[in-house]
Design a protein around this ligand. Sequence first.
Ligand code: CUA
Length: 160
Amino acid sequence: MNSLRIDPYEKSWMLASGVLLFVFLLAVGASVFYGFRLPGHESRIDPSRVTVDPPFAKPAVIERAPGRYDAYVRVQIWAFVPSEIKIPAGSTVTFYLASPDVQHGFVIERTNINVMVIPGHMSKITARFDEPGEYRFLCHEYCGVGHHLMFGKVVVERRS
Ligand code: CUA
């Protein structure tokens, strides 16, 4: 009677699979522990209301506190509204982005801002602008024939 024999080669692959499974379970555990999750209800937005309801009907940059700004930007075919955002150097800006039509992107050069703007969800991301100058932004998700027209800039003005 011969016992179950496993080829050493197969055994090493079984071990590798076991290790991978462990890593995946660890990742799932960590995501629960650190609270990674999909956008919740509070960041849902009805795409058909984006151009009608505040704050995206008349998007604006609002100073919430000294040096802290909220920038509401409507991201639509094929423009950013507003396409120019002026703030003083040293400001922290939280961007709120919503699309009334298709999927767009929002990336600002020389920052860590790089998000997708998906119809139905409001994207929110924060960055600090210390260096005066112009920071161009653009759409980096192909969104149709006018995709290349979607750009704008954050103008960071020197504090006087
Ligand atoms: Cu919007 Cu590409």
